[in-house]
Design a protein around this ligand. Structure first.
Ligand code: FES
Length: 114
């Protein structure tokens, strides 16, 4: 499945845009994050308990640690890979999606199974 996320070109370092998708009949959420010059797309699902990283607030990035973070229990994830290097799910990773730019938009490729 592919999902288009509009106007990602305007994201500043550390800013994110959320998007929705469906998998196995369930509503899911992802986000596109800018880190430096690069954009990354991840499933908004912490490997610890399988819940949203941002608790609905839309904040994913901590400048203090230069990490994506989970608002619930503080797991930290490397922005470029999704690898968790601190917290209760250390050694696991966020599910990363393919991202291609199409003008100012991003086209996210989401596999049918996680
Ligand atoms: S749910 Fe993310 S660290 Fe616990």
């Amino acid at each position: 499945m592919q999902v288009r996320v509009a106007s990602v070109d305007g994201l500043a370092h550390g800013q994110a845009l959320k998007f929705e998708f469906e998998r196995d009949g369930e509503a899911c959420e992802g986000f596109v994050l800018r880190s430096g010059d690069a954009l990354f797309a991840y499933h908004n699902r912490c490997p610890h308990l399988g819940i949203d990283l941002d608790m609905g607030e839309g904040r994913f990035y901590s400048a203090l640690t230069d990490r994506i973070f989970c608002s619930s229990h503080g797991a930290l994830f490397v922005p470029s890979s999704g690898y968790c290097d601190a917290g209760p799910c250390a050694g696991e990773a966020l599910e990363r999606f393919g991202l291609e730019l199409d003008g100012v938009d991003a086209v996210i490729t989401i596999p049918d199974v996680g």
